[in-house]
Ligand binder design. Structure first.
Ligand code: GLN
Length: 573
């Protein structure tokens, strides 16, 4: 039976070996699939390669839909510890996902949705629920065809929904990981069913260069290829990551070993900034190889790509030639790990580039400030601006409040994000609104003056029901405020991830004492942005504006903050 018949059979069947429902409206060959999987080891820049390739294809005028498949059993990233796993990224539709989706959104400058993310947890949840409903009609439910069918279904659904020319699948971890076995098998089936020229499998490998040998070694890469072939997959393109440019001899070896023509063996060495990766891929003709393998030549515009790359290059040049810097303090609990603040760091970098400033980060461990081991003065005297980011729980919270107080009094530019917004409200309430017992019920469940509280009835009216208020919400910006000056319009949309909020009972008292709530929900009494007058820059938001920042479009609150930080720095030099 040819692959065409298999596909037809899949569409109509429910009880045989081909159980793999195909979504309505799916047309084979309309969308091409690029599958990217690593062997040898993870952490070698698979995500950067994938998003750079996606960017080049997008610049050709192609509609590209990325999807990240993660092997863990969590149904989303909401419960993952940022210490261990990096930040939780939030999409506009409310999905809490891996930080890699943040990189895709930033690199592609395109919003994503829950169809762009798939975890083992999501797959198994669907299957187990379906089994309970009896939908498998008495059939035993198996990894093949049911679990693999579910994976394929997700890719095809994304193809239908996004109407993409190309779905770009990034498989987390590496080939050979226990938890990836059925995903790789699903990809093998996908390649078979979709057929040649409709799929392109890219294996990201790694070429070692042990310092004591001083030469590149391809053995681990060869073993990786062997593993892949053992699973029935013949790669179309081999990408060899390495510290230094790959020697021709190594490329040839990989070619012979993998049955991949040498022109499809791409050596990808390190660049000094990830922003340059698309140019490196372009020089290596990676995009052209993919376009040719997938027969996409008639759909692309070289002119458009050239124009877009020029625009991107302007940003990269600006970024590389920055010669001034500001120091930004980030006061939090997860200060040991850059990944836990990935989007904030990126948003600072975008705003910094826009203002021609390199950002130096000073992490401030707020538990140390709280316990008096580090004074606010020591923590903040050498920073040009302070960020208090999102956070959960009591530990370190009073340290954050102390830092905010110092920044307010010493007129250090301040930007509060989510938890940072809540802490700013508490600090203000205690000192300026005469509520010395002001607190959040998250920290003090019996608080006498719960200025920050959990308000389930608010969520109900918004239709969010669940535990957290997640995803994009409209925000109305008040005219005549600093926020309005920054956003330049009344209606904006920001992303949220919180349980607690400003207690409506205290809003007027806070406002009378001088807080300006410059951003509110257009319909409900939910305070979303605040600012203080008589301060060079004191703004905070219940939202996470960092998720909306893009290299060429810095987020306004960050932009204003960085520009204020520069002014503050210049005052003292
Ligand atoms: N812990 C706070 C809340 O749940 C803030 C959450 C956050 O900073 N993302 O409301």
């Amino acid at each position: 039976m040819g692959s065409e018949e298999v596909l037809k059979k899949i569409a109509g069947s429910s009880g045989d070996e081909f159980f793999s429902p195909v979504p309505e409206g799916y047309e084979k060959g309309k969308t091409k699939f690029i599958i990217i999987a690593g062997s040898v080891m993870s952490g070698v820049g698979k995500g950067i390669f994938a998003s750079s390739l996606a960017k080049l294809l997008k610049y050709y005028g192609l509609n590209v839909a990325p999807i990240k498949i993660d092997g863990y059993l969590n149904q989303d990233a909401g419960t993952l510890n940022p210490f261990r796993h990096g930040e939780v990224f939030v999409l506009d539709d409310g999905l809490e996902c891996d930080m890699d989706l943040g990189s895709y959104e930033r690199f592609l400058m395109q919003p994503l949705s829950r169809e762009n993310y798939l975890t083992a947890g999501m797959i198994f949840d669907k299957i187990l629920k379906r089994e309970r409903k009896g939908d498998y009609l008495g059939r035993d439910v198996q990894f093949i065809p049911h679990v693999t069918g579910e994976v394929k279904q997700a890719l095809r659904k994304l193809a239908v929904k996004s109407k993409a020319d190309v779905v770009l699948v990034e498989i987390g971890g590496t080939v050979g990981d226990f938890e990836n076995a059925y995903v790789i098998e699903a990809m093998r089936e996908m390649i078979y069913e979709e057929g040649k020229n409709n799929t392109c499998f890219i294996n990201i490998s790694y070429i070692l260069e042990p310092p004591n040998l001083g030469e590149q070694k391809s053995k681990p890469a060869q073993l990786g290829i062997e593993r892949l072939r053992g699973l029935g997959i013949q790669p179309d393109i081999m990408v060899c990551r390495s510290s230094n440019p790959i020697a021709d001899k190594i490329k040839e070896k990989i070619s012979v070993y993998s049955n991949v023509e040498v022109e499809n063996v791409i050596g990808l060495h390190n660049t000094d900034t990830v922003y340059k990766a698309p140019f490196l891929l372009k020089d290596l003709k990676a995009d052209e190889r993919v376009v040719s393998l997938l027969n996409l030549n008639s759909k692309i515009s070289n002119r458009m790509q050239k124009k877009e790359l020029e625009r991107w290059n302007k940003f990269v040049e600006k970024y590389t030639n920055i010669d001034e810097k500001v120091t930004i303090g980030i006061a939090g609990k997860y200060t040991g790990l850059n990944d836990s603040y990935a989007s904030i760091l990126k948003a600072l970098e975008h705003a910094g580039t826009h203002n021609n400033l390199r950002i130096k980060i000073k992490y401030i461990e707020t538990t140390a400030v709280e316990e008096g081991k580090l004074s606010e003065k020591e923590a903040l005297e050498d920073v040009d601006g302070l960020i208090v980011p999102g956070g959960f729980g009591k530990r370190g919270a009073e340290g954050k409040i102390k830092c905010i107080r110092y920044a307010r009094r010493k007129k250090i530019p301040f930007l509060g994000l989510c938890f940072g917004f809540q802490m700013a409200v508490i600090e203000f309430a205690r000192v300026k609104a005469g509520m010395e017992n002001a607190d959040s019920t998250e920290l003090e469940p019996e608080a006498q003056e719960p200025v920050i509280d959990i308000l389930p009835e608010q969520k109900k009216i918004e239709g969010l029901g669940g535990n957290m208020r997640l995803g994009g919400q409209d925000v109305e910006i008040k005219r005549g405020t600093k926020s309005y000056e920054l956003y330049g319009k009344e209606n904006i949309r920001l992303r949220f991830r919180h349980r607690y909020e400003v207690n409506p009972k205290y809003i007027s008292k806070l406002e009378e004492s001088g807080i300006v709530f410059s951003g509110k929900h257009p319909k409900y009494n939910i305070m979303q942005v605040l600012e203080l007058k008589d301060h060079p820059y004191f703004l905070a938001t219940q939202a996470h504006p960092e998720f909306n920042s893009r290299p060429l479009e810095p987020e306004p609150l960050f932009n204003g903050f960085i520009s204020a930080a520069r002014n503050s720095r210049d005052k003292f030099v």
